[in-house]
Design a binder for this molecule. Sequence first.
Ligand SMILES: Cc1cc2nc3c(=O)[nH]c(=O)nc-3n(C[C@H](O)[C@H](O)[C@H](O)COP(=O)(O)OP(=O)(O)OC[C@H]3O[C@@H](n4cnc5c(N)ncnc54)[C@H](O)[C@@H]3O)c2cc1C
Length: 327
Amino acid sequence: MSGILTYALHYQGAFNKNSLGAVSEGAKLAAELGGEAAAVVVGGDDLTDELCASLGRYGASKVYRVRGPEGLAQPVVDAMAKVIQEHGYDYALFGGGLLGFEVGAGLSARLRAGVVMEVTEVKVQDGRLVATRPVLQDSALVDSGYVGSPGIVIGRLNAFDAVERNGAAAQVIDVDVEFQPHSQKARMVKRGEQRGADINIEDAEIIVAGGRGLGQPEGFKMLEELAELMGGAVAATRAVVDAGWYPYSAQIGQTGKTVAPKLYLAAGISGAIQHKVGMQNSENIVAINKDPNAPIFEFCDLGVVGDLHKIVPKLIEALRARRNGGA
Ligand SMILES: Cc1cc2nc3c(=O)[nH]c(=O)nc-3n(C[C@H](O)[C@H](O)[C@H](O)COP(=O)(O)OP(=O)(O)OC[C@H]3O[C@@H](n4cnc5c(N)ncnc54)[C@H](O)[C@@H]3O)c2cc1C
């Protein structure tokens, strides 16, 4: 059976948006290829028949349900390798995100399959998939085809839209997978992506963003307080996300989210091009930076040259006073 297999990550009874994007994209491409769109899910009792079958709305006709630890890469590699080997899917497709990268890379090694990462577009040419990915800091695009089968496509985060297709409920098929000994050596301690997920920064009208200028992770407490007083959300640069100061779900920029709020307040952010591309469409950009030559001053609407550790507490104080009926 030719077709496309995707992986759908779920948490607390809902599928992750990137995964739904991958399922939708897989269904669209499978239809063009004349093949089948299917998904693999791995998890516990919360993977009900109803939840699994709901992937039919995004175009999956079959859902292979594997009982095992959720949210970890290697058990998913075992599950997808088994389904691909038994059912002969031509491609595996993943939404972006760290787990998708990890599973896709592991699957590629396991099946000796070709893999293209950070893919932003996939098309069908001569009956085969061709994946497009940006290179050289997004200054050029490269098309890659696949030699042999399966081919593995790993999308860039949010590259594929989750499109409801009014499809019929997917057929749910239980699969027993014997996990490799090394696949059982990791265990989930904490799901970090949930922190900060209560406010959707993509929809927020006010964003208070922090960068390395905060000096230490605790600096974000101050920004959270400021954002709360302003009715906004907190975002971050890649430098601080990579340093583990703030969750990836809040990263703005080329490899994070793209936002366009009414107000984007950037504190201790240099304004590198990779950050700028994610926030340049904001209606008003206010920057606080102690370096008058910081690139962010070239494109902000209001620039404040100074130490954020002095300015942000003053802002908080003023907003608090206003809330309490003061000035
Ligand atoms: C392929 C690629 C993709 C990338 N994707 C992204 C992305 O999606 N998002 C992203 O953000 N970056 C991305 N980057 C990284 C980007 O190039 C920058 O390194 C990053 O944005 C810098 O983050 P920053 O502004 O927090 O840190 P820095 O560049 O270190 O800037 C810190 C700023 O804080 C100021 N500062 C220091 N102390 C204070 C103080 N007390 N008060 C006020 N100001 C102070 C400094 O003057 C400085 O301007 C990417 C890079 C590459 C190569």
